[in-house]
Design a protein around this ligand. Structure first.
Ligand SMILES: Cc1ncc(COP(=O)(O)O)c(C=O)c1O
Length: 116
């Protein structure tokens, strides 16, 4: 953990990567951004997916980019303890074209998608 942000430390992420690692999942705790430049560089270096837990980070940004839109996937919570609420809801942000098509064409068509 980085003392300044209380968020995950990219140096510790890299030390924990093994041949079995597939995903780097980061939490932007209390709306404070993780070090996304370093994290995305690690993802590129080791060919890993990045999932941002932006449940607490709606309206927060990193270099003018909304949190949850920098990694391949971002998650947002609309739980009633969050800034924007709908009881028990959430959103999955997809920042990867092929995965976006896969979700949109899912046969169950259970989820509403809003392509931007
Ligand atoms: C950082 C973080 N991730 C995930 C969750 C879970 O969100 P939800 O209750 O919408 O599944 C929360 C909710 O408290 C949270 O704060």
């Amino acid at each position: 953990m980085k003392k300044e942000t209380m968020n995950i430390d990219p140096v510790q992420i890299e030390a924990a990567i093994t041949e079995k690692t597939k995903v780097i999942a980061v939490v932007h705790y209390a709306g404070v951004a993780c070090d996304m430049d370093a994290i995305m560089a690690l993802a590129e270096k080791y060919q890993l997916w990045v999932v941002e837990d932006a449940a607490q980070a709606l309206m927060s940004a990193y270099h003018q980019k909304p949190l949850g839109t920098i990694g391949h996937f971002g998650t947002i919570s609309f739980h009633d303890t969050k800034n924007l609420q709908c009881g028990e809801g959430g959103a999955l942000l997809i920042n990867h074209k092929k995965s976006c098509r896969t979700c949109r064409n899912h046969p169950r068509k259970r989820y509403k998608s809003l392509a931007v």
